[in-house]
Design a protein around this ligand. Structure first.
Ligand SMILES: [Zn+2]
Length: 125
């Protein structure tokens, strides 16, 4: 039988982690807004018909970049929200896949992580 893990981090430790994650979330939201603004496709003053080919290509590239950046930022926002939820339900630092404790070294580097190293590798398979 698997021994049920009853570990949770003390509030003393979780407080700063929570604060850090909330700060990151704020930063990411701002970044997401900025990326949106910098997306040439979001520029409403853009005139489609007279656009020179060069401008079109540049805009296309700019749009792809903005899209890739936006996606990356969004996935981080989702991950940080997840970590904040884990804190709320008292499961922060416990792997959501195997239920074992996540290495604290890993949590120091990626405080938003909710999966242990082993399970991340399993997911990548
Ligand atoms: Zn795991």
């Amino acid at each position: 039988m698997v021994k049920k893990l009853n570990f949770s981090f003390p509030t003393k430790v979780l407080g700063p982690v929570k604060g850090f994650l909330q700060g990151e979330l704020k930063k990411l939201k701002k970044q997401a807004e900025r990326v949106k603004k910098n997306d040439p496709f979001a520029d409403t003053s853009r005139v489609n018909d007279n656009a020179a080919v060069d401008t079109d290509v540049a805009e296309q590239v700019g749009h792809s970049n903005a899209e890739a950046k936006g996606k990356f930022i969004k996935s981080r926002i989702v991950q940080i929200r997840k970590a904040l939820t884990r804190i709320k339900i008292g499961k922060y630092g416990i792997c959501e896949d195997c239920g074992k404790m996540i290495d604290t070294d890993r949590l120091m580097v990626f405080p938003e992580t909710t999966v242990c190293v082993k399970c991340v590798k399993d997911r990548e398979k």
